[in-house]
Design a binder for this molecule. Sequence first.
Ligand code: HEM
Ligand SMILES: *[C@@H]1O[C@H](CO)[C@@H](O)[C@H](O)[C@H]1NC(C)=O
Ligand SMILES: *[C@@H]1O[C@H](CO)[C@@H](O)[C@H](O)[C@H]1NC(C)=O
Ligand SMILES: *[C@@H]1O[C@H](CO)[C@@H](O)[C@H](O)[C@H]1NC(C)=O
Ligand SMILES: CC(=O)N[C@H]1CO[C@H](CO)[C@@H](O)[C@@H]1O
Length: 497
Amino acid sequence: MKVRGLPSLPLLVLVLSLSCLLLLSLWRQRSERGKLPPGPTPLPIIGNFLQIDAKNISQSLTNFSKVYGPVFTLYLGRKPTVVLHGYEAVKEALIDHGEEFAGRGNIPIFEKINKGLGIAFSNGSRWKETRRFTLMTLRNLGMGKRTIEDRVQEEAQCLVEELRKTNGEPCDPTFILSYAPCNVICSIIFQNRFDYKDQDFLNLMKRMEENGRILSSSWLQVCNNFPSLIDYCPGSHQTFLKNVAYNRSYIMEKIKEHQESLNVANPRDFVDYYLIKQKQENHNQQSEFTLENLAATVSNLFTAGTETTSTTLRYALLLLLKHPHVTAKVQEEVNHVVGRHRSPCMQDRNHMPYTDAMIHEVQRFIDLVPTNLLHAMTCDTKFRNYLIPKGTRVITSLSSVLHDSKEFPNPEVFDPGHFLDKNGNFKKSDYFMPFSAGKRICVGEGLARMELFLFLTTILQTFNLKSLHHTKDINITPVANGLTSVPPPYKICFIPV
Ligand code: HEM
Ligand SMILES: *[C@@H]1O[C@H](CO)[C@@H](O)[C@H](O)[C@H]1NC(C)=O
Ligand SMILES: *[C@@H]1O[C@H](CO)[C@@H](O)[C@H](O)[C@H]1NC(C)=O
Ligand SMILES: *[C@@H]1O[C@H](CO)[C@@H](O)[C@H](O)[C@H]1NC(C)=O
Ligand SMILES: CC(=O)N[C@H]1CO[C@H](CO)[C@@H](O)[C@@H]1O
């Protein structure tokens, strides 16, 4: 026995040490997980990928929350992501623990483009200073002699003129509806809007539209999870990066023009304010106000401010086609408060509770950014008896808040009544979070709400909307999409009133 057993000693040692290693790694995984919220068991390398329906991520999260509760952990690849589901958890994180949850989760393709510059994909003091400057400048531009409201009103008239050219023929409104929000950003950043036929403008639009499409493709999701692919594989993401570089050089050109014509006493637009700020910080070697940071910030404002607003407008018109009684009530209010002979202005909104409720309901119902932008922890944080380490990615389900059935009975039904009290007054809700909440809340919230109100009321003041189909045949189900919910393609007629 002994003699026969001896040669196997090395083998025995090997087996023993291997099992020790295995136990150790299991124990480490358990103890790491022990501090994080519970969640489904991940597979090696791919994590929980196969358990998530890429076409309906939001619904997948709802399903998990039924098993694991409102705070749980998913592995998207090898790294844990904490998911917050429902108003209580989302509010507790983004508002009560605002500072800790204010990091931006890094998404490889954006990392590649932004290199940590700008607002939307930056962190720390650069993010804080750029964000503070942007909010202040938007506020300053809102008050000058040519206010942001003036610019949006001007654009609303141009939009309506463009729609008039369709002569009441059925048209797909996608493009026209994205010109207007893009032009508002142009006007704020570069002082002037473009003609809708301007070649530079059309280029800008075309590339942004293309990038929107690529961004939501499944190929890009693969790239984002295996970042090493970005450099080595040809594919649509290369087009994406090329479009961005192209764009960046156009923005740089514009910035140069501004540098040459700058009058410090009389800033015309966002770029002028930035250049002035840069001069003031001249002595500071560590200043965040570099030209590269300006280009990234401008590009963030275009990307974040165009698609979002135009998709909301397009979805709003589809919902108005589907619900003609809502449209009629809004038109009645527009006629009563604004009449036919002047442009709607923001003052009017206070006297138009039904219209205000309709726009809130559009944003609630369409749930444009169901899983919000990815956040990350800025430091190790104790949250509801869990310990979430610095850098952990965080998904906040805005969908779960906007479609809460206690706050909004029958959340799947489009009903402006969700924002009206029984006397027909506008009723606020803390659950209205299409722009997110807390420290990272959308920088353009005020601007976006102004555009939605002025564009929609100006359109309804000028046109009756007509569909090619009977209302019951109008499809309003969102098309599955990576980051945002977009309406199905449709045609609409704008009949002058
Ligand atoms: C209906 C229109 C819009 C919707 C639904 C929307 C929604 C959002 C959401 C959900 C976020 C992420 C917030 C977070 O990370 O917690 C965001 C961020 C942002 N939005 Fe908007 N947005 C809209 C329009 C705009 C406009 C017009 C602008 C341009 C002024 C803009 C600029 C930004 C910027 C710069 C950020 C990044 C903020 C940061 O990371 O600190 N958005 N938006
Ligand atoms: C969620 O759960 C329901 C019911 O169990 C199931 O029918 C549905 O397919 C699930 N959806 C997703 C996206 O996982
Ligand atoms: C932001 O900071 C967090 C925490 O330090 C980090 O994990 C994350 O990758 C950073 N995001 C970006 C876009 O750099
Ligand atoms: C996701 O699933 C829910 C419930 O099954 C459904 O109501 C919703 O329309 C789906 N969304 C998409 C984009 O398919
Ligand atoms: C989005 C985009 O590509 N816009 C511009 C990028 O820069 C070139 C020239 O540098 C312009 O022609 C594009 O319109």
